[in-house]
Design a protein around this ligand. Structure first.
Ligand code: C5P
Ligand code: MG
Length: 190
């Protein structure tokens, strides 16, 4: 199996690139953000709980996110691999993911980080907000909070997988195709 973590700050292009990677490598795309938005759209208890955090740009508690992720993985056992997008976002989530992969007799193959400067990220998220229908893409205070949370809680995940020799930075600035080619070059090395 090839199990990838597509990593990077909000607005770095994870969802866009994951959609292209799953096609080329025949993997299952799991975006925890999309899963939360689906639950919110259906106004489920999980959606209601997630909404109270997402609308402030905060992280949903680890046990909630890990439980949802685990359900999604276990519902799709017969795949050639997974692309995790927007997960893990904390060290606790990383440990839970490694444990889940080990239970399935597999492991994370690589974490690929899309490297994009802050100014570019804010510009991209505000642009996306015009059409994404996401309240958390429209308000600069919420966007800044998401970036702050990424720096304080999520960026240590890069070093966590760095210690396993699995973390790699990819230049996330350029055209969608240019960035895709860089990611493919990294995946093809695995
Ligand atoms: O990944 P994405 O940017 O779509 O996530 C949107 C929001 O969902 C995040 O800002 C956060 O509030 C929540 N989220 C989370 N934990 C995750 C993924 C998403 O709390 N692992
Ligand atoms: Mg996304």
């Amino acid at each position: 199996m090839v199990n990838l973590i597509l990593f990077g700050p909000p607005g770095s292009g994870k969802g866009t690139q994951a959609a292209k990677l799953v096609e080329k490598y025949n993997l299952l795309h799991i975006s925890t953000g999309d899963l939360f938005r689906y639950e919110m759209g259906n106004d489920t208890p999980l959606g209601k709980e997630a909404k109270s955090y997402i609308e402030k740009g905060e992280l949903v508690p680890d046990e909630v996110t890990v439980g949802m992720l685990r359900n999604k993985v276990e519902a799709n056992p017969d795949v050639q691999g997974y692309i995790f997008d927007g997960f893990p976002r904390t060290i606790a989530q990383s440990e839970a993911l490694d444990k889940l992969m080990a239970e399935k007799d597999t492991a994370i193959s690589a974490l690929l980080m899309l490297d994009v400067p802050d100014e570019e990220i804010i510009k991209r998220i505000l642009e996306r907000g015009k059409t994404s229908g996401r309240a958390d893409d429209l308000d600069e205070t919420i966007i800044q909070n998401r970036i702050d949370v990424y720096k304080s809680e999520t960026s240590p995940v890069f070093d966590y997988y760095g210690k396993q020799d699995k973390a790699e930075k990819v230049d996330g600035v350029g055209s969608i195709e240019e960035i895709f080619d860089r990611l493919c070059a990294s995946v093809d090395k695995l």
